[in-house]
Design a protein around this ligand. Sequence first.
Ligand code: HAM
Length: 417
Amino acid sequence: LAGPRNKRWLSTESYKGVRDFYPEDQAFLNYFIATCRAMVEKAGYVEYGASILEPVELYKNKGVENEEIINEQTYTFIDRGGREVTLRPEMTPTVARMVAGKRRELGFPLRLYSIPNLFRYERPQRGRMREHWQLNVDLFGSESLYADAEVVGVAYGVMKAFGASDDDFVIKVGSRVWLKDLITELKLNDETAHALRRLLDAKGKMPADEFAAKLAELGVPEKVVLNAAPPADIARMLGEFAAAGIANIVFDPSIVRGFDYYTGLVFEVFDTNPQNNRALFGGGRYDNLTELFDDEPIPGVGFGMGDATIHNFLEVRGLLPAYIPPTHVYVAVTSPELAGEAQTFAGYLRGHGINVAIDFGDKKLGEQIKTATKHKIPYVIVVGPDELASGNFVVRDLATSKDHPLAKEELPGFFLA
Ligand code: HAM
């Protein structure tokens, strides 16, 4: 874009596929984080963190799927020391590294969560960004079916914490064990097995007849997928959820997940509204990931859940919380000369625990109130010579235009009530 005198303006757009967080967007992200945090801490999970930067080797382990993720989806660069560095595309390898690194000190079962930002070089589209925040919940050191059930139950609880009801979403549980047995039974070679995994993963995104045709091409009878029964342990788990009155957790053999490291139960959570076709959560059991660091594996089971997909979920249902700024009141000033006194007045309110933003009085009162409205601050107090002389103020509720006349000493009680 050419500006005056041929100056070239910089774009105000953010980098492709990442988001700017203006106050209302940041408030949603904070709500996402606070809601997740409260829910998972209730279940005994504790927070950890790590750097965004990881050596590329962490993601370069064996497996075709991982190769694709590394070659096509990571942000990898060479640092000044010649090392290959990756912006973390997911948290699971990082947490496995951390757990393996302190296996002697950490007590098991170990319940960990974090809410990192992750980077993936994806084609930006609804529910898919190049940077997203992801709740990660992982349970280490137990092979119990109850550990699997706990993690699935936490995913369910997170959806409830956001205000979802059971018919808004479905948790689809699959099994890598079922898949492995199928591959062995049909004697599929590695290439066909890989193609089958990809096809199953894409099942939801194609018409049923196309899926059937592609399955036939691979030499896999359709009925082995359509009639698949859950393995006994998963059947038992689903039975227990059903007995507890939770009916939206179901077996779906086409849930196989893209990452190589899963070894047992795998699951994804889907919105039942067809507008949102991307999974809200993905996770599963991975019993060998810590083997990358040590030959004594620690079993793990967990999931990731993104901020962008839950935003879409809440939006289509009108479940997004209304934005409320942290500022309780805006202090407007009748003239710039009183700005200093307005500061003192604001200081009085702040001293009582009230969050106050002030105007400097260099615009008309109407303009000052418009600013408060734009910022969605609920109340305005006008400071002028009369108010300062009498110590009596008027608090205007901007939503209702109702005025509350109050003495200075009554103001803290009004806002903190
Ligand atoms: P994932 O399926 O790649 O799994 O991601 C989990 C969730 O993160 C997705 O269901 C989606 O909500 C969100 N998500 C993923 N990629 C994007 C993106 N590009 N834009 C927006 N949201 C996205 C994992 O990452 C596993 N490491 C999860 C895990 C933890 N497994 C065990 N523990």
